[in-house]
Design a protein around this ligand. Structure first.
Ligand code: FES
Length: 111
């Protein structure tokens, strides 16, 4: 069972949780009570599932789609390793993936 590590926005808290293959990072966060909104429930319309992937892990992810990149352009706290949690699908190859929560999110559905 792959493990995913969530780091709080201030970097002080670290939680390692078990994930199932096929879940998204958003699904895993919700299953473990991690504070990630996911207002559009994974339909790639809100950006409230923004996560900052650890630099060492970023290359393990498939490249983001154009739609994901367009939405990422609208997030606050954007970094070079930002991704949408609803678009990262867990596989065994992602065991140990570490993501940090951003300092804030903006729901572009509401803009
Ligand atoms: S949950 Fe809305 S874009 Fe990911």
């Amino acid at each position: 069972m792959p493990k995913i590590v969530f780091i709080s926005a201030d970097g002080r808290e670290r939680r390692e949780v078990k994930a199932r293959e096929g879940q998204s990072v958003l699904d895993v966060a919700h299953a473990h009570g991690i504070d990630m909104e996911g207002a559009c429930e994974g339909s790639m319309a809100c950006s409230t599932c923004h996560v900052i992937v650890a630099e060492a892990d970023y290359h393990r992810l498939p490249v983001p789609s154009e739609e994901e990149e367009d939405l990422l352009d609208l997030v606050c706290d954007l970094t070079t390793t930002s991704r949408l949690g609803c678009q990262i699908v867990i596989t065994e190859a992602l065991d140990g993936l570490t993501v940090r929560l951003p300092r804030g999110t903006n729901n572009v559905l509401l803009d």
